[in-house]
Ligand binder design. Structure first.
Ligand code: IPE
Ligand code: IPE
Ligand code: MG
Length: 252
């Protein structure tokens, strides 16, 4: 179960235990090359493969990738359909390989909005890889941080209706087991490619004390070298979790 960064101080090392990425810039990558935006999404899948392999080599335990936000349905219908097809094709093509590499795959988000075929593929991929432990890969799809907090609250209230009359019993420990990534520690490092410096409704609860790294590189160009640069930056951060530098210097 996840250790809360506001309740205790996580053990940190130079390589993030949990890396969360907003894979942004596919559309601009393509537009720059006079290609349709969809070409950028297709190239983006190759970057996913590179980053999964590099994270495995580097000893990252949890990798979480934002693939489709709860607000991405607002995009043109052709783009949304292409993204769904790409999701299906990628699952069909890649799950065997991921499984051989020891990757455990999970998908978080409101999956009810997806076609039954995609939902079945997701379930099958999760089942097939459930005993793997080399790298815990989570794809956030139709995911929104606000949705996550709300769905967790609804589940909590259903299981503990007494909270309605005793709201003082509601604390982090009560709610956090119902968040969709309760199985993972909070992200140590967040990377957003594509130059924007915003969270776009990603893991808003879990990012409370995460180090935030932004790069201008578009996602289809992102690879092992860029990951290395982010890790180097991360290794030089002083993670204080509310304490002072002097206190940290005194740590054994
Ligand atoms: C990220 O790239 C992929 C998804 C949101 C699905 P974008 O498609 O947002 O690319 P830009 O930001 O328009 O360049
Ligand atoms: C965030 O990117 C979502 C994903 C990468 C899946 P967006 O491109 O949708 O974010 P905004 O709209 O620029 O904030
Ligand atoms: Mg974008």
């Amino acid at each position: 179960m996840s250790v809360s960064s506001t309740q205790s101080i996580p053990v940190c090392s130079d390589i993030p235990r949990h890396l969360a990425i907003i894979m942004d810039g596919n559309g601009r990558w393509a537009t720059r090359r006079m290609l349709p935006r969809t070409a950028g999404h297709m190239r983006g899948v190759q970057a996913v493969r590179r980053v999964v392999e590099a994270c495995g080599r580097q000893g990252v335990e949890y990798l979480t990738l934002f693939a489709f936000s709860s607000e991405n349905w607002r995009r043109p219908q052709e783009e949304v359909s292409l993204l769904m097809r790409l999701f299906v094709q990628t699952l069909e093509k890649e799950v065997g390989k991921l499984s051989d590499q020891g990757v455990r795959l999970r998908v978080v988000g409101d999956l009810r909005a997806f076609e039954p075929r995609l939902r079945d593929l997701i379930r099958a991929a999760e089942d097939r890889t459930q005993h793997n432990s080399a790298l815990q890969l989570t794809i956030a799809a139709n995911y929104g941080g606000r949705w996550d907090i709300l769905q967790a609250t609804r589940q909590l209230l259903l299981s503990r209706p007494e909270l309605l009359t005793q709201p003082e019993l509601l604390d982090e420990n009560a709610l956090s087991p119902y968040l969709s990534m309760a199985y993972a520690p909070e992200p140590d490092l967040f990377i957003r490619t594509g130059g924007e410096q915003r969270i776009s409704n990603f893991l808003i609860w879990q990012l409370a004390y995460t180090e935030l790294y932004f790069t201008e590189s578009y996602w289809p160009d992102f690879g092992a070298k860029d990951l290395q640069a982010a890790f180097q930056w991360y290794a030089n951060r002083e993670r204080r979790f509310g304490r002072t530098s002097a206190q940290i210097a005194l740590q054994p």
